[in-house]
Design a protein around this ligand. Structure first.
Ligand code: TYD
Length: 208
């Protein structure tokens, strides 16, 4: 059986990842089994991370970076629901955030080199076939986040700008080995989804 495709969605908070990934999942499920997942994960490691992000558990930024790397390795290798096993079984896996989130977010607080090293095992274990970066201006992203009525640890404008810059910095750095496609997410969800589908189709033999 053919190995499944591994597609990652990245973007700043409010970039529309969750909606776009869900719509792509519906579209791709016509071809075969699709699994939608996210990081931080639903595992106990992910639960601990969410508690740190919400400020309920006190955690140094180094601890947070380590926990994200740990959560990610479990997400890949877990014997029951690990992504590596699913892909091996021919399932297409769509993942909301992966190691580029660690570089862009955590790499702004602790040395990026160290975060890259922490994520080296994940990069070697499981590289995405495609990373879709949903690009939205930091102002629009903040407006979307405000509409949802949520405010987490990282969601202020200056911070969102830095995160976006960091994303582009690491895309440039890893462009020889990582298949990253930037999709504009500034207009309607439908228009963005058309572009997301077109880009995803390239993995299944469609035209770029
Ligand atoms: P997420 O659940 O995607 O937030 P949202 O629902 O707003 O899209 O991610 C939660 C937060 O975790 C987000 O602010 C980004 C942060 N994060 C990191 O700092 N490092 C990481 O490695 C990952 C995966 C997420």
């Amino acid at each position: 059986m053919a190995r499944g495709k591994f597609i990652v969605f990245e973007g700043t908070d409010g970039s529309g990842k969750t909606t776009q990934m869900k719509l792509l999942g519906e579209y791709l499920s016509a071809r075969g089994p699709v699994h939608l997942t996210h990081e931080p994960t639903a595992s106990p490691y992910g639960a601990l991370l969410r508690s740190c992000m919400a400020g309920k558990t006190d955690a140094d930024e180094h601890v947070i970076a380590l926990l994200f790397a740990a959560d990610r390795i479990d997400h890949i290798q877990n014997a029951e629901h690990g992504m590596a096993g699913l892909l091996e079984a021919g399932v297409t896996v769509l993942c909301d955030r992966y190691y580029f989130s660690s570089f862009a977010y955590n790499g702004g607080f602790v040395p990026l080199e160290w975060v890259v090293e922490l994520n080296r095992p994940a990069m070697e274990m499981l590289r995405p076939d495609l990373v879709i970066y949903l690009d939205v201006s930091p102002e629009d992203a903040m407006a979307r986040v405000a509409l949802r009525g949520e405010r987490e640890r990282y969601e202020d404008l200056a911070r969102q700008k830095l995160i976006r810059e960091k994303y582009f910095e690491v895309f440039e750095r890893f462009k020889a080995t990582e298949n990253v496609v930037v999709v504009q997410s500034g207009s309607t969800p439908e228009a963005t989804q058309r572009e997301v589908r077109r880009v995803a189709e390239t993995l299944f033999g469609g035209k770029a």
